[in-house]
Design a protein around this ligand. Structure first.
Ligand code: CP
Length: 306
């Protein structure tokens, strides 16, 4: 029998949609604060975190780990391939097990869209859940680090012109960022193969060819072609053809506004969505995004564990 008086009400971080403009700015400002003071005075030695990645990841996984360590949390290892997931244990039962052994914060990346629905509806859940990417759904911690990177550059979102370019249909980054940037007052366009445009994005911005956008935007946000999520007819995919028709080539980069920046959540398919030499160019904020990811994730965890 569950003693309801003992159940705390957990905070989760699942989507940026639920947050007000004020809460978003508080998170961005907290992340900027952590960037200036990465070794926080508020050590959380008595709190335990675990990062459960059911899909591959380098940046999100390792920057959550770095954020947790900088906040002084204790970390447990989890690898689906050597866990009882292999014996058929469900996500719900896995989370309940981790909670039972004393984990306070569970970061999950999962191929199923909105994997967290069943978890958060359970009155038994007391650990905080963080969405590290749900299928083709959302990637809210990536969105927050992208917002932080744009904010550091332009000090506002109002009127900032952003093109989101590439594999739109499979991109949780495009979905999260399109919605939140529009909410914060940015002007958003989408570009890439027209067949990959998701009609649901039209609420946030319109479709235009790359060549119409490259000279007018402040942020060229490129997306990885997610070969692993494409099924039929992808065998005809040509890297060279894709770069010249839809990608950011060196010729196109020359047409960008003088203070425009290049972003990409990475991993990057060099010479597919972006010419390889542009990844390290002066316009590129790709490595800054990765650095900001640690501080954005510190801000997320800190807000959950207040
Ligand atoms: N940007 C991003 O989510 O990268 P990883 O898949 O390496 O975490």
């Amino acid at each position: 029998m569950v003693n309801r008086h003992k159940i705390k009400h957990p905070n989760h971080f699942l989507s940026l949609n639920a947050l007000s403009e004020k809460q978003l700015f508080q998170l961005i400002e907290r992340a900027v604060h952590f960037k200036k003071h990465p070794f926080t005075e508020k050590k959380r030695h008595s709190l335990y975190a675990i990062n459960c990645f059911f899909e591959d990841s380098t940046r999100t996984h390792k920057s959550f780990e770095m954020a947790e360590r900088k906040l002084g949390m204790q970390l447990l290892d989890f690898h689906p391939s050597t866990s009882s997931v292999k014996k058929g244990e469900s996500l719900f039962d896995t989370v309940m097990t981790l909670q039972a052994i004393g984990v306070d914060l569970i970061v999950i990346r999962h191929p199923q869209e909105a994997f967290y629905e069943e978890l958060i509806q359970s009155p038994l859940l007391t650990s905080s859940i963080v969405n590290g990417g749900d299928g083709s759904g959302e990637h809210p911690s990536q969105s927050l680090l992208d917002l932080m990177t744009i904010y550091e550059e332009f000090h506002t979102f109002k009127g900032v012109k952003v093109a989101i370019a590439g594999d739109l249909i499979h991109s949780r980054v495009a979905r999260s960022n399109g919605r939140i940037l529009k909410k914060l007052g940015a002007e958003v366009w989408f570009t890439g193969p027209e067949a990959w445009m998701d009609p649901s994005y039209e609420t946030f911005g319109s479709y235009a060819p790359m060549d119409d956008l490259v000279g007018k935007v402040d942020v060229m946000m490129l997306l990885r072609v997610q070969h692993e999520r494409h099924k039929e007819s992808h065998s005809a995919f040509s890297k060279k053809g894709y770069l010249s028709e839809y990608g950011l080539t060196s010729d196109r980069e020359q047409k960008m506004k003088s203070d425009a920046i290049i972003m990409h959540p990475a991993p990057v398919n060099r010479d597919v969505e972006i010419a390889s030499n542009l990844v390290e160019s002066s316009r590129s904020r790709i490595f800054k995004q990765m650095e900001n990811g640690v501080y954005a994730r510190m801000a997320i965890i800190d807000s959950l564990l207040q």
